[in-house]
Design a protein around this ligand. Structure first.
Ligand SMILES: [Zn+2]
Length: 338
């Protein structure tokens, strides 16, 4: 299944593919990044106003991460997967979002087919100006990078790789319920992101986002998107990743410069890294600019795809840094102040 000698930065593509992909991406970036950076000037009738940005509650976000981990590993086909889906749906409904479950057959590379569900929650569903925030809610079915051979066939808890992004999105939904916003926001929880083949095609990953992107309606389409993946670990670093840079440069720069101006430059780094195959790739490929906030520094964290991806590596301060910056983006965007 997994080559034991591989340095498994699992979703990092090999150099040859990166080189050829980059030349294509750079061509695409020439027009697409312009488009994304023009977003902020697309409504010249809206004069920038000051806006109050609510505080992001790190303890509540942490509790949302804990609640998912408490279900156990949420790999495809498991009871915990189904229970967690129902819990996310119920949470979103409790915060008054319009919720839909987008079902699809998740055919993973092992030749198994599982029921997959993207969960889509809408805030101000009829608002014409929209941003999409996304995370994956499934967790990996094996721990191929674990030091203990006997633990590698077991599914992981995915406290960071899955639960952290979902936890931040749920806390954003909870916050907005009490602080109405003049902006449409789609929260999308992708399924079957993390069941891919390390040595295989990139399309073996991110099955939910591929399905969502392929079925994206032109009506009320978001202007851009922000993906959160592994946003809760102690000492996380979020670099400027190549797909985000090439397809959604304007979005990336405004989010990173805002994050740095808010004092979170220790997380939002100016370091550039090669592309990481993640849900945002497939969303960008259908012309919707989406950046990825993902913990990566000389590789993924030590816990990545191991049994150590548990609550011990989660830090409330990291969750807050990400959640507070994303909230600031949303509220500033709502008044044209970014
Ligand atoms: Zn993963």
């Amino acid at each position: 299944m997994v080559h034991p000698g591989l340095n498994l930065r699992c979703r990092t593509m090999n150099y040859r593919i990166i080189t050829s992909m980059l030349s294509i991406l750079l061509l695409a970036a020439a027009c697409r990044s312009d488009k994304s950076s023009n977003n902020k000037t697309s409504s010249p009738d809206r004069a920038p106003q000051s806006v109050t940005i609510p505080a992001f509650n790190r303890d509540s976000a942490y509790a949302f991460v804990q609640a998912q981990v408490d279900f156990g590993p949420r790999n495809m086909g498991s009871e915990a997967h189904k229970a967690c889906k129902d819990w996310i749906v119920a949470k979103l409904k409790s915060y008054d979002l319009q919720v839909a479950e987008q079902n699809f057959p998740a055919a993973i590379y092992t030749n198994e087919v599982f029921p997959g569900t993207n969960i889509i929650g809408k805030i101000n569903p009829d608002h014409p100006r929209r941003i999409v925030l996304a995370a994956h809610w499934d967790t990996r079915f094996m721990a191929e990078k674990d030091a203990k051979a006997e633990d590698r066939d077991k599914p992981i808890l995915g406290a960071d790789d899955g639960a952290s992004g979902v936890g931040v999105l749920l806390e954003i939904a909870r916050t907005i319920k009490d602080h109405p916003i003049d902006m449409g926001i789609d929260l999308v929880f992708f399924d079957a992101e993390d069941q891919g083949d390390n040595g295989g095609e990139k399309e073996t990953w991110c099955l939910g986002s591929q399905f969502w992107a392929a079925n994206l309606s032109a009506q009320n389409r978001p202007q851009y998107g922000i993906l959160l993946d592994m946003v809760g670990a102690k000492g996380a670093t979020f670099p400027k990743e190549a797909i985000s840079l090439n397809f959604a440069n304007g979005v990336l720069e405004k989010v990173w410069s805002l994050g740095q101006s808010m004092g979170y430059g220790g997380y939002f780094s100016n370091e550039r890294v090669n592309q990481l195959v993640d849900d945002h790739l497939f969303v960008n490929q259908v012309g919707l600019p989406m950046i990825d906030i993902i913990n990566y520094k000389n590789g993924f964290g030590h816990y990545h795809h191991t049994q150590s991806d548990n609550m011990e590596i989660i830090d409330r301060n990291t969750l807050r840094a990400v959640g507070q910056v994303v909230l600031a983006v949303l509220y500033k965007e709502s008044v044209g102040a970014i």
